[in-house]
Design a protein around this ligand. Structure first.
Ligand code: ATP
Length: 527
């Protein structure tokens, strides 16, 4: 069952720390205190991200005959975003806590019930200072000490004191009344303080184009795209005309999107710059609902093939009234992150809304002509829209494991291992000569490295004891370690000459294999 509130902060902290320590993900501009909501993928993270994007592209574009790729520009014409409804519509209602100034998304505040304490102002007798201003505090727990409400109110009024040395405790409150409130959302759930009325907060990043761009010239204004989908709709006609595709068909795109999120949080989960992997799948109107369900199944299967546990994936069928008005069906695919169950991807049946809007605004026909039936109509669209960074985060959270390998009576031995599926692991194989001061071993190991390197990411390591080197690879999720040992040289048993030991990351089992079989053996397992 869905466990929205089940969180594991300690686990999340360990994952974030490993990501930095091992070079998966760093805070952007960390050197200068960090750029909030922006992240840089380090050497291993860059490879992990590339592997996930490549795998998505392979499954959705390369291995299908009905989906084509697109790589649209990030800078977006304002007319596109006006037609799509983003300009003027792409904002979140926000309210501020009157006490702490914390900014909250109005639509995400849980309704609360309790006793509200209202005040009309406060004064400080000794200095003669006073303020007339209404303020309220909600106590939402049964039998809560009413002095808590008064203390919060005094802290609120104390913000307006000229003399900040005066303790809030010295203030006298005026005009106290109470009321019983049921399911209200205008108080801060963290401290009970009254919130401001919700105001819209623009989520798009705006920029000026051209050397002589005038801030007030609307024609010089462009936007960083808030989603990759719009360039697909806007180029739909060009793709149809240039590729002669027939319905149903899809256009896929992977790329950066930007949203000025009010409250970036949970590591990379909610960022201001992020990457999306989106498909717009165009179809005849009568096929829309069926294809939406097929895409949902397809996308769930995808997450399983990259290693996410089926039990941790949940489907939310968004009810009427909560979906966008033009959507006949929307599913959210959610995952049990250590910080709770949260959205990974949306699969939405958007009808003919998007192409219809662009046809209307541009005045150019975007209809599809069906040669067989001689019909002309605007295709409907199903949109599986995934977040690349959220997928990476889910994969990191899923892969992280700690195993207690302590032997009886021995020193505590915890093995940290990232159980990435081989197809997405950043490094596929580590090549480890048993000893670095034995030139024949080193030479052979380098031969193996040169054999594999053109086909996959490998890592050569000759430092430290072999056991430690294995553990280092476990921590970064390398599925196979290849040890070059004395048997490889055939010094004791000629039948073992030119064979290597392969150590499996998850089982830690070892097997011997001929160097001549190594490449096909690995290629079969890392796809
Ligand atoms: P949310 O409700 O979490 O803000 P959304 O429903 O607005 O997300 P969509 O507009 O449907 O998201 O975008 C599709 C996908 O893009 C999301 O499922 C998510 O994976 C990803 N995504 C959206 N916003 C962000 C963000 N700020 N940071 C990282 N990924 C994001």
């Amino acid at each position: 069952m869905a466990n929205k509130d089940q969180t594991d902060t300690a686990r999340m902290e360990k994952i974030v720390s490993l990501c930095k320590r091992k070079g998966f993900i760093f805070q952007s501009a960390e050197l200068y205190g960090g750029l909030n909501g922006c992240w840089d993928y380090g050497p291993l993270g860059a490879d992990l991200k590339k592997n996930i994007k490549d795998y998505w592209w392979r499954k959705n574009v390369q291995e299908r005959d009905d989906i084509l790729g697109l790589d649209g520009s990030i800078l977006t014409h304002q007319a596109v975003l006006t037609a799509s409804g983003h300009i003027g519509g792409f904002s979140d209602p926000m309210c501020d806590c009157l006490l702490t100034k914390a900014r909250l998304r109005a639509d995400q505040i849980e309704p609360q019930s309790g006793t509200a304490y209202h005040f009309t102002g406060a004064s400080h007798e000794e200095s003669g200072w006073s303020i007339a201003r209404v303020y309220s505090v909600l106590l939402n727990q049964p039998n809560q000490d009413e002095n808590k409400a008064r203390k919060t109110a005094k802290e609120f009024y104390a913000q307006f004191l000229n003399d900040q040395q005066i303790s809030p405790k010295k203030l006298t409150l005026a005009g106290e009344t109470t009321s019983e409130e049921i399911d209200v959302t205008n108080f801060n759930p963290d401290n009970g303080s009254l919130l401001t009325e919700p105001r819209d907060f623009e989520l798009m990043f705006k920029t000026q184009m051209g050397a002589s761009a005038d801030e007030n010239d609307p024609n010089a204004t462009a936007y960083l795209r808030p989603e990759t989908a719009q360039s697909i709709f806007v180029q739909y006609k060009n793709v149809v005309d240039s590729s002669r595709v027939k319905l149903p068909f899809g256009i896929a795109q992977i790329g950066k999107s930007f949203r000025n999120e009010i409250n970036p949080r949970n590591f990379t989960f909610r960022s201001r710059e992020f990457e999306q992997m989106e498909i717009e799948y165009f179809c005849r109107p009568e096929d829309g609902l069926r294809l939406t369900n097929e895409w949902l199944a397809n996308r769930l299967a995808f997450y399983e093939t990259i290693g996410l546990d089926k039990e941790k994936l949940h489907v939310l069928d968004i009810p009427d009234g909560e979906r966008a008005h033009y959507s006949k069906k929307t599913y959210d695919i959610e995952y049990d992150f250590p910080f709770g169950q949260q959205e990974l991807e949306g699969v939405a049946y958007r009808g003919d809304y998007d192409l219809g809007k662009h046809q209307e605004a541009s005045g150019k026909p975007l209809e599809y002509f069906d040669e067989a039936t001689k019909e002309r109509f605007i295709p409907h669209v199903v949109e599986p829209s995934a977040g690349c960074d959220r997928t990476i985060l889910a994969v990191l959270c899923e892969a992280y494991a700690e195993e207690d390998l302590t032997k009886e009576g021995g020193k505590q031995d915890i093995r940290t291992v990232m159980r990435f599926k081989p197809c997405i692991a950043p490094i596929k194989a580590a090549i480890l000569p048993l000893l670095k001061n034995k030139p024949e071993l080193v030479e052979k190991a380098k031969e193996v490295k040169n054999l594999l390197q053109p086909f996959m990411n490998v890592f050569y390591d000759e430092t430290a004891a072999i056991g430690r080197r294995y553990r280092r690879q476990d921590e970064i999720g390398t599925p196979y370690c290849i040890a070059i040992d004395f048997e490889t040289l055939g010094e004791e048993d000629a039948s073992l000459k030119d064979t290597v030991t392969i150590r499996h990351r998850d089982s830690m089992e070892q097997e011997r294999i001929a160097i001549s079989d190594l490449l096909p053996w690995l290629l079969e397992r890392i796809r």
